[in-house]
Design a protein around this ligand. Structure first.
Ligand code: GLN
Length: 447
């Protein structure tokens, strides 16, 4: 087995070679101090020798720039917080450290998590390690890219409308959006607090489960956080029997992606005897229109603290156009004269979509719903695409945020050498089942 020191050294070498030079991935905004990291790695190896090490011992982990890691720069990839050094650890970070995970650095992202491509970062776009001229997806671009590029074992991201699953799909890695409230958000700089969820990226389903197992659970510092069922990591290795897979009753317009996913479902059904059932989720076509008013309003309200007094610069004077669009939009929708009309209407549709999912899982008794993760292939970095097209990337991921259920993206194969992800959605707090199904599909191998 390689030691933590060797593992760390290998990743540091790879980062030096290809993050700012060579392939110029630009996945990291900041790395931890090398000397300190090596010293910590040595201490972890010592603990391993003494059989006192935690569950994450030996693992090297990267963290998105909107999660506070004490002493590192939680910039949200924005000029607004360019010089903001975190003074405390987010709860997920304390948990990782307690289990001897080693945090290697802070990753690039869309500014304040507003975006789907990684291009809104104030510190330059991040590249897709699997297709260098293309976007890696977003907003957790650097976290997905760092796992995909071989810069670390695992990473943390946040997912408000797809920001873990979308870049996982484009970069060919595994990304989990846990059930809303199953992971503490204390220490996460929020985009939309009623939708945000921190979650793991990894090279495989097992590692993703391992990191989720460490970060989940009730936290006194986040009053809405809840305990979920115990995760049995050994069971994740077993193929679940008698699974009923729900498939949506519509097809996306990119037939290549749809066919790849359909074939994968077919293959799993044949191999494992899983049943397939067509289902209809009413109002799913309204997901994007419902999501944005909610995010605009919550983001506007959340950013009022960035007035240039306590943290960094005044956001209106320092942030990029997508952030400003949302602040202006949010301020407009929140105007007193509308009496919360748009926000409340969006909340109503959110509730309807949540009920539709619940119906599928509880009444129609499907164990999971499988779909493509992203309806289109990633565009070229710098290519101009419309706001609508950019927002459209998340059409299939947003529904799970609105419903609050758990969902994962795993690699399903490639089209023109570009990775394509398959999304599995399960009912709230059904991560055990979700991970078992994902592992089953992962085992079939890519083709
Ligand atoms: N792309 C979506 C947005 O721009 C989702 C972002 C996210 O999940 N953080 O809001």
């Amino acid at each position: 087995m390689t030691s933590t020191v060797e593992n760390l050294q290998r990743y540091l070498d790879e980062i030096k070679k290809n993050d700012k030079q060579g392939k110029k991935i630009n996945a990291f905004l900041q790395l931890g101090d090398e000397k300190k990291l090596l010293e910590e790695a040595r201490q972890i190896d010592e603990k391993i020798k003494q059989k006192k090490a935690g569950k994450l011992a030996g693992k090297i982990i990267a963290v998105k720039a909107n999660i506070n890691v004490k002493g590192l720069n939680a910039s949200c990839a924005s000029k607004t917080l360019e010089n903001y050094e975190a003074t405390y650890d987010a709860s997920v970070i304390s948990k990782i450290k307690k289990e001897d995970g080693l945090i290697i650095g802070i990753t690039n992202m869309d500014e304040f998590a507003c975006g789907s491509s990684g291009e809104t970062s104030a510190f330059g776009p991040c590249k897709n390690p699997q297709a260098l001229e293309l976007i890696p997806g977003g907003s957790s671009s650097g976290s997905a890219a760092s796992v995909s590029a071989g810069f670390c074992d695992m990473a943390l991201g946040s997912d408000t409308g797809g920001s873990i699953r979308n870049p996982a799909s484009h970069c060919g890695v595994v990304g989990l959006k846990p059930t809303y409230s199953s992971v503490s958000r204390y220490g996460l700089i929020d985009l939309g607090m009623s939708l945000d969820q921190i979650g793991p990226f990894a090279k495989n389903v097992y590692d993703c489960a391992l990191l989720f197992d460490v970060i989940k659970g009730k936290d006194a510092k986040d009053s809405i956080s809840q305990d979920s069922k115990k995760l049995d990591l050994k069971e994740v290795e077993k193929i679940p029997k008698g699974i009923k897979v729900g498939v949506l009753d519509f097809k996306i317009s990119d037939e290549r992606i749809q066919t790849l996913i359909d074939n994968k479902i077919e293959q799993a059904s044949k191999k494992y005897g899983w049943q397939i059932k067509k289902i209809k989720i009413d109002n799913i076509d309204l997901a994007i229109e419902t999501y944005y008013p909610l995010v605009y309003v919550e983001f506007f309200s959340g950013t009022r603290k960035f007035d240039g007094r306590r943290y960094g610069k005044r956001i209106e004077n320092s942030a990029g156009p997508e952030v400003i669009r949302r602040i202006l939009g949010g301020s407009e929708i929140s105007k007193a004269e509308y009496r919360g009309r748009y926000y409340h209407l969006a909340l109503k549709v959110k509730k309807l979509i949540e009920e539709e999912f619940s119906k599928a899982f509880k009444k129609e008794k499907v164990d999971c719903i499988i779909s493509p993760t992203v309806p289109r292939l990633p565009h070229k970095i710098g290519e101009t695409i419309s706001v609508e097209d950019m927002y459209g990337y998340d059409a299939l991921t947003i529904p799970s945020n609105l419903a609050g259920n758990c969902a994962i993206s795993i690699p399903a194969g490639k089209i023109n050498n570009i990775p394509v992800g398959l999304q599995i959605m399960c009912d709230k707090f059904q991560e055990q089942k979700l991970l078992e199904i994902a592992r089953g599909i992962e085992k079939m191998g890519e083709n």
